[in-house]
Design a protein around this ligand. Structure first.
Ligand SMILES: *Cc1c(COP(=O)(O)O)cnc(C)c1O
Length: 450
C-alpha cells in the first residue's frame, strides 16, 4: 500500500511549455474578426492581450521558455504529485493501474493558476496594471485573483449571476486576494445593460460575462482582458501538467494506455494530453479521452464550425465545436463545464480523431465522486468527477477483459466550494438533464455565415 505518490523535486519542474501548434496534423483555421469576418491580425488583439501572449497564440515553436518569475510562483505548489489510486483500484477490484495528477494542491484549488500566473505576468511586464475577466463557478476568478495578487495588479471579475448568488465563498476568496467582483449581467457595461433590458431576471451565462469583461478592456486602454480556457496560449501554459506526468510515469517505469480529462473549454484536458499527442502521432498506442456532461455536449453533439466566442459577438469568431453562442446552460446542472464552445486545438484534434470524446449524466458522475472521496479521501470538484467516472468505467472494462492497463486522469480541482452540489446530489435533487437535439439544430441557424 505504500509509496503510492510519485513526486518530482523542484529542480525537475519543466522549464518550458509544449506548444501543440508545432505538431498539429494540419494548421488551425484562422480566428476571424467578429465585425468584419476577416482573419484577425495581432493588432486586432492588442487592445485585449499583451504582445507576449499574442505571440504565443500564433507561435509554432515546439517549446517556449517559462520565465523565471513564473517558475518561482509555480514552485509554491509545483511539481504536483502523481498519485496511484490504490484504494480505488482495490475497491473496484480491477487489474488496471489508476493514477491521478493532483492539480487540486494549488492555492486556489485547481489547475487554473498554471495559466493565471503566466497571463498576469505577461501583462505586468508590458505595463498593464489591471485585468478584467469573467468567471462561472468562480474557479477561474479565484485563480486569476490569486495570480494578480502575487504579481501586484488589479482585477475586475464578472461573475455569472446564478453562481454569484449560489456560490458566495468563491466570491469571498476573490475578494480576500483583492479582486472586485460584479454579478453578470451588470449595469457596468452596454452588453450587460442590453441583456437586463430584455430579461431583468437573467441568471447570466459565461457568454454574457465574457462580453462584459471584453467590453471593459476594449473601452479602457489601461485594462486588458484575460480568459481562463479555450485560447491557444492558455492550453500552452497548462502543458506543465502533462510534461510533469511524463517524467513521473518514467519514474514509475510505466507509460499510460489511457489519459482522461474533463472538458469545459478544454484546458486541463489539453494540459495533460497534449505532451502525449506527439507520441500518438508517432505511432504510440495511447487513448486520449475528453469527458463532458450530457447537459453541455459540445464535442459529442455540437457541429465543428465557425462561431462567436461570446453572446454579444464581441469576441473573435473561431472554428470549434459549439452549441451556439446563445447557449444558456440548464440551471439544474451543477458542474462548471458549461461553455458553449471548445478550444480550437482540442476541436481540431477531435475532428482528426486523435482524441476521443464522451458525454456523461451527472448523477452517475456524482456517484463516482463519492466513491473517490471514500477511497482516496479527496472530495473532487464536480467537473473533475466527470474524469473520475470515465476512469472508473475504463478500469471496470479492464476487470472484465482481464487487462492490466495504466489509466491516468487529471484531478483538475477539489470540491470544497461545491458542497451545495453534493448536498443536492445526496438529497436526490439532481436531474440528469440532457441538452435537447432541437436546441442544437436551432443554434446551427445562428452560426455566422463565413
Ligand atoms: C475550470 C475547471 C474545469 C474546466 O475547464 P477546462 O478549461 O476545460 O479545464 C475543470 N475542472 C476544474 C476543477 C475547473 O476549475
Amino acid at each position: 500500500m505504500r509509496d503510492k505518490k510519485i513526486v518530482l523535486s523542484e529542480s525537475e519542474m519543466p522549464k518550458q511549455w509544449y506548444n501543440i501548434n508545432s505538431d498539429l496534423p494540419k494548421p488551425l483555421d484562422p480566428p476571424l474578426h467578429p465585425q468584419t469576418g476577416k482573419p484577425l491580425s495581432p493588432e486586432d488583439l492588442a487592445p485585449l492581450f499583451p504582445m507576449g501572449l499574442i505571440e504565443q497564440e500564433v507561435s509554432t515553436e515546439r517549446f517556449i521558455d517559462i520565465p523565471e518569475q513564473i517558475l518561482d510562483i509555480y514552485s509554491m505548489w509545483r511539481p504536483t504529485p502523481l498519485v496511484r489510486a490504490q484504494r480505488l483500484e482495490q475497491y473496484l477490484d480491477t487489474p488496471a493501474k489508476i493514477f491521478f495528477k493532483n492539480e487540486s494542491v494549488s492555492p486556489p484549488g485547481s489547475h487554473k493558476p498554471n495559466t493565471a500566473v503566466a497571463q498576469a505576468y505577461y501583462n505586468k511586464v508590458e505595463g498593464i496594471r489591471k485585468l478584467s475577466t469573467e468567471t462561472g463557478a468562480g474557479q477561474w476568478g479565484s485563480a486569476l485573483a490569486f495570480a494578480c495578487n502575487m504579481l501586484g495588479i488589479d482585477l475586475n471579475v464578472f461573475m455569472v449571476r446564478v453562481s454569484y448568488d449560489q456560490k458566495p465563498y468563491r466570491k469571498v476568496m476573490m475578494k480576500v486576494w483583492g479582486a472586485d467582483v460584479f454579478a453578470s449581467p451588470s449595469e457596468l457595461t452596454e452588453s450587460g445593460k442590453n441583456i437586463l433590458a430584455q430579461d431583468p431576471d437573467s441568471t447570466g451565462s459565461l457568454g454574457i460575462a465574457i462580453s462584459e469583461a471584453v467590453e471593459q478592456a476594449v473601452k479602457d486602454e489601461k485594462v486588458h482582458y484575460s480568459l481562463g480556457s479555450v485560447l491557444n496560449h492558455v492550453l500552452l501554459h497548462q502543458t506543465v501538467i502533462g510534461l510533469e506526468t511524463k517524467k513521473q510515469m518514467e519514474k514509475a517505469g510505466l507509460y499510460p494506455d489511457i489519459l482522461i480529462g474533463c472538458v469545459g473549454g478544454g484546458s486541463n484536458f489539453a494540459g495533460l494530453a497534449f505532451p502525449f499527442v506527439l507520441d500518438k502521432l508517432n505511432g504510440k498506442d495511447i487513448r486520449l479521452i475528453a469527458v463532458e456532461p450530457i447537459a453541455c455536449p459540445t464535442l459529442t453533439k455540437g457541429p465543428y464550425a465557425y462561431d462567436y466566442g461570446d453572446t454579444a459577438k464581441m469576441a473573435p469568431i473561431v472554428k470549434m465545436y459549439s452549441l451556439g453562442h446563445d447557449f444558456v446552460p440548464a440551471p439544474i446542472h451543477s458542474g462548471g463545464l458549461r461553455y458553449h464552445g471548445m478550444a480550437p486545438q482540442v476541436s481540431l484534434l477531435h475532428n482528426e480523431k486523435i482524441i476521443e470524446a464522451i458525454a456523461l449524466p451527472q448523477n452517475p458522475v456524482f456517484e463516482a465522486s463519492v466513491i473517490f472521496a471514500k477511497t482516496e479521501g479527496i472530495i473532487p470538484a464536480p467537473e473533475t468527477s466527470h474524469a473520475i467516472k470515465a476512469a472508473i468505467d475504463e478500469a471496470l472494462k479492464c476487470k472484465e477483459n482481464k487487462e492490466e492497463k495504466t489509466i491516468v486522469f487529471n484531478f483538475s480541482g477539489h470540491g470544497h466550494f461545491d458542497l451545495s452540489s453534493y448536498q443536492n446530489y445526496l438529497e436526490g435533487n439532481l436531474e440528469d438533464y440532457e441538452y435537447p437535439d432541437e436546441k442544437i439544430k436551432e443554434a446551427l441557424d445562428k452560426l455566422p455565415k463565413v
